[in-house]
Design a protein around this ligand. Structure first.
Ligand code: ADP
Ligand code: NI
Length: 210
């Protein structure tokens, strides 16, 4: 991908996401792109495919558009004459955007990397910020009356379903074990530890211990 194409795509994406507050904004796309690019270098993957799939991974998200058959991603690639790798990029977007926690594991290294980067952006310092932003937008309390504890069993955390802290137990703390590549596993481990430390601090402050 030439610098002209990249610059053009970035400005198109900025325009595309300008009204979105669902957590799939331009900054999320840029973080996923940068992470995926760095992982791709470590994993010796195809940088053009990883870059394009990361940049375009959310432009056909059902939460944002009613597009059919990944038409937004196709339109953007056509605009810049990206032809040869187009189907491979679309296949990755399809796997990565597959809905739910149990989403598909992409078959190519490039797809695995983009999925890892998208998941990494839900954990660590950024992940914490995104979770509380989501909770605020949905009028959720920070936490419930009973203090949640680490490694809560399933029955207990169901009682906390309506709080943002619950989201850590239903999703964020599970993501580190869902990484595909070794590079992402290492990054996820660091982010996971940071979140666990954050939660311990959080509970101590709830109790007025600190
Ligand atoms: P994706 O489509 O990337 O899986 P989602 O739309 O489910 O992401 O979530 C976008 C962001 O909002 C993520 O950072 C996610 O952790 C956060 N989020 C989703 N559901 C909740 C929730 N119930 N409570 C707090 N944060 C949430
Ligand atoms: Ni995403």
């Amino acid at each position: 991908m030439t610098k002209e194409v990249l610059d053009g795509l970035l400005s198109d994406l900025q325009e595309f996401f300008k009204n979105d507050y669902s957590g799939h904004d331009y900054n999320h796309t840029m973080r996923v792109y940068k992470l995926a690019y760095n992982i791709a270098i470590q994993e010796h993957a195809n940088l053009e495919i990883v870059s394009l799939a990361a940049l375009l991974h959310d432009v056909d998200d059902v939460k944002l558009t009613q597009s059919i058959n990944y038409q937004n991603a196709r339109l953007l690639m056509n605009k810049y004459g990206i032809d040869k790798v187009q189907e491979e990029v679309i296949a990755i977007i399809q796997d990565v955007s597959f809905n739910g926690n149990q989403s598909k594991s992409p078959s190519t290294l490039e797809g695995k990397i983009v999925q890892d980067a998208d998941r990494l952006d839900a954990i660590g310092a950024i992940g914490i910020a995104r979770a509380f932003t989501f909770g605020g937008n949905h009028n959720r309390p920070l936490y419930n009356d009973e203090n949640p504890v680490l490694n809560m069993d399933e029955a207990s955390y169901r009682q906390h379903k309506s709080s943002t802290i619950n989201h850590f137990y239903e999703k964020l703390l599970l993501l580190k074990d869902m990484m595909n590549t070794d590079t992402a596993k290492e990054l996820a481990y660091q982010r996971h530890q940071f979140m666990k430390n954050y939660l311990e601090e959080f509970y101590d402050e709830i109790e007025g211990k600190k």
